[in-house]
Design a binder for this molecule. Structure first.
Ligand code: ZN
Length: 218
């Protein structure tokens, strides 16, 4: 955000030197308080100033940008917010998730529950797809059917207890991440919402990696 500079508190000599060198930070000459101050210094030290310099200051003032208004600053804040959002979008590792979320991130207000719902649907869909599970299976039943150590179609680990750990991880994602926004409108604190999106992204990546390994092991 552009810093608005006010030079009113500066010493007379400093302002005099600014006048002599035509050296003013942008906005200052269009800022009423600063312009009044510059005029006072000019009036007080007229005899010290080179002839013609004052008319140069006046010309410079005409060319100076106007100070940013509250509206400008609000627009800049919105812009900065958009950049932060796209930064998070850019951080998403799973390509399909990034593509799906892009339009949702472009909307003026970030609907985090819709974003999390969309991400969770993709996670569920990917699990069903990679495991070749029936369409009728969803949520924890889908996770249990595809990741249970005794009968899993996707292996995260040769160690059954670790495999079960992965099952609980994805069960947790269904119960804790997917279900709330699926069943009701949730208003997430921004940091929580973003963390849940990142978590789902990680689960998507781990799932794809495990599925690939399982395929190769067959
Ligand atoms: Zn000022």
């Amino acid at each position: 955000m552009p810093q608005f500079d006010c030079i009113c508190g500066e010493d007379d000599r400093v302002i005099l030197s600014r006048i002599q060198n035509l050296d003013f930070p942008s906005y200052v000459l269009k800022n009423p308080c600063c312009w009044r101050r510059v005029c006072q210094v000019q009036a007080k030290y007229t005899e010290h100033l080179a002839s013609g310099i004052w008319s140069e200051v006046c010309k410079l003032r005409v060319r100076s940008p106007r100070p940013p208004t509250i509206e400008d600053e609000a627009a800049q804040l919105r812009q900065a917010q958009l950049q932060t959002d796209s930064l998070v979008l850019g951080e998403i590792m799973d390509e399909e998730l990034r593509e799906r979320l892009e339009p949702l991130f472009q909307q003026e207000s970030l609907a985090l529950d819709r974003i999390i719902r969309e991400a969770s649907v993709l996670l569920e869909d990917r699990l069903r797809d990679l495991a070749g599970a029936a369409n009728a299976l969803s949520g924890v039943r889908l996770v249990d059917a595809t990741l249970r150590p005794s009968s899993c179609s996707i292996r995260f680990s040769d160690d059954d207890s670790e495999q079960d750990g992965a099952r609980f991880l994805y069960r947790g994602a269904m119960q804790f991440v997917r279900n709330p926004p699926m069943h009701r409108l949730v208003s997430y604190p921004e940091a929580t919402g973003r963390a849940l999106v990142r978590l789902t992204d990680c689960l998507l990546v781990l799932l794809s990696q495990a599925a690939e390994q399982s395929m190769r092991a067959q």
